[in-house]
Unconditional design. Sequence first.
Lengths: 116, 111
Amino acid sequence: NAGVTQTPKFRVLKTGQSMTLLCAQDMNHEYMYWYRQDPGMGLRLIHYSVGEGTTAKGEVPDGYNVSRLKKQNFLLGLESAAPSQTSVYFCASSLGMETGGLETQYFGPGTRLLVL
Amino acid sequence: RKEVEQDPGPFNVPEGATVAFNCTYSNSASQSFFWYRQDCRKEPKLLMSVYSSGNEDGRFTAQLNRASQYISLLIRDSKLSDSATYLCVVPNAYNNNDMRFGAGTRLTVKP
């Protein structure tokens, strides 16, 4: 099992450009998450999904959109990138039992994004 | 007050030392807590879950003090491989799917 994978690993964008980050998991997990991590701050939840076809906003959703068309994939889109979106982006997944998110989250290796 | 606060460190300790980190949280209704470990430029990985007063796993002990709203992580007999950043995680007060991460405590174990 590959676990959680993310593409690309690194990307440089100019202000105003768009891009999509792809997250894939092969563990048949129901829940998937997108976080960003900035220096001196904890990981902050951008959006999450509790199942195929569902998405919900997290703590810092502005400037991002997501889609979960297939259970194994969770896409994060930046429509018009801004320098404030320079960050490391982590995707995670969890089993998704009755306890909801109160369980182990498995993270991908991260995507480093630089917006100039 | 931040939802989850940690001493950023760094903590520099010799091999074999015992070291403890604290994490304070603001959500008094939280029932579950987590410690994740993050190596430099890597993804976080679960270290321990804490559902009651505490949990122990080998050299690692997590303790919960609900009255004072803090969680501690104790590492005994530190190894070089314990060098990492330790993240405290607490569910959001209104949404268990929204986990709140502390900024992390950095530990360096030296020979």
